[in-house]
Design a protein around this ligand. Sequence first.
Ligand code: SF4
Length: 66
Amino acid sequence: MKVRVDADICAGFGVCLGLCPEIFELHDDGYAVVLAAEVPPQHEASVRKAVSQCPSNAISLSDDRG
Ligand code: SF4
Protein backbone atom coordinates (compact mmCIF):
# COMPACT_ATOMS: atom_id res chain seq x y z
CA MET A 1 0.00 0.00 0.00
CA LYS A 2 1.30 3.43 -0.95
CA VAL A 3 0.35 6.72 0.64
CA ARG A 4 0.77 10.30 -0.45
CA VAL A 5 -0.19 13.71 0.87
CA ASP A 6 -1.28 16.47 -1.47
CA ALA A 7 0.64 19.44 -0.07
CA ASP A 8 -1.68 21.86 -1.88
CA ILE A 9 -4.69 20.50 0.00
CA CYS A 10 -3.11 19.72 3.36
CA ALA A 11 -3.91 22.41 5.90
CA GLY A 12 -1.37 21.26 8.46
CA PHE A 13 -3.84 20.17 11.13
CA GLY A 14 -1.45 17.43 12.14
CA VAL A 15 -4.12 14.79 12.72
CA CYS A 16 -2.16 12.31 10.62
CA LEU A 17 1.03 12.85 12.63
CA GLY A 18 -0.84 12.16 15.83
CA LEU A 19 -2.20 8.91 14.44
CA CYS A 20 0.91 7.64 12.71
CA PRO A 21 4.13 9.55 13.44
CA GLU A 22 6.14 6.76 11.79
CA ILE A 23 4.70 7.70 8.40
CA PHE A 24 3.78 11.39 8.56
CA GLU A 25 5.87 14.37 9.52
CA LEU A 26 5.02 18.06 9.53
CA HIS A 27 7.11 20.09 7.13
CA ASP A 28 8.47 23.45 8.31
CA ASP A 29 6.15 25.12 5.80
CA GLY A 30 3.07 23.77 7.54
CA TYR A 31 2.02 20.74 5.59
CA ALA A 32 2.50 17.04 6.13
CA VAL A 33 5.07 15.01 4.28
CA VAL A 34 5.22 11.25 3.94
CA LEU A 35 8.31 9.60 5.42
CA ALA A 36 7.72 6.21 3.83
CA ALA A 37 5.64 6.14 0.64
CA GLU A 38 5.40 2.36 0.91
CA VAL A 39 3.48 1.72 4.11
CA PRO A 40 4.78 -1.18 6.22
CA PRO A 41 1.98 -3.64 7.04
CA GLN A 42 2.07 -2.85 10.75
CA HIS A 43 1.19 0.77 10.04
CA GLU A 44 -1.58 0.21 7.49
CA ALA A 45 -4.39 0.43 10.03
CA SER A 46 -3.25 3.72 11.49
CA VAL A 47 -2.60 5.18 8.03
CA ARG A 48 -6.14 4.25 6.98
CA LYS A 49 -7.40 5.96 10.12
CA ALA A 50 -5.41 9.07 9.19
CA VAL A 51 -6.99 9.03 5.73
CA SER A 52 -10.48 8.91 7.18
CA GLN A 53 -9.80 11.58 9.81
CA CYS A 54 -7.79 14.09 7.79
CA PRO A 55 -9.99 17.23 7.87
CA SER A 56 -9.04 18.24 4.34
CA ASN A 57 -8.97 14.82 2.66
CA ALA A 58 -5.39 15.44 1.60
CA ILE A 59 -4.16 11.87 2.08
CA SER A 60 -4.63 9.29 -0.64
CA LEU A 61 -3.84 5.62 -0.80
CA SER A 62 -3.07 3.35 -3.67
CA ASP A 63 -2.96 -0.38 -3.56
CA ASP A 64 -0.02 -1.79 -5.47
CA ARG A 65 -0.96 -5.42 -5.08
CA GLY A 66 -2.62 -5.53 -8.46
S1 SF4 B 1 -4.31 15.34 8.79
FE1 SF4 B 1 -4.51 16.00 6.65
S2 SF4 B 1 -4.55 18.22 6.73
FE2 SF4 B 1 -3.74 17.49 8.67
S3 SF4 B 1 -1.51 17.50 8.43
FE3 SF4 B 1 -2.25 15.45 7.91
S4 SF4 B 1 -2.55 15.50 5.69
FE4 SF4 B 1 -2.45 17.60 6.39
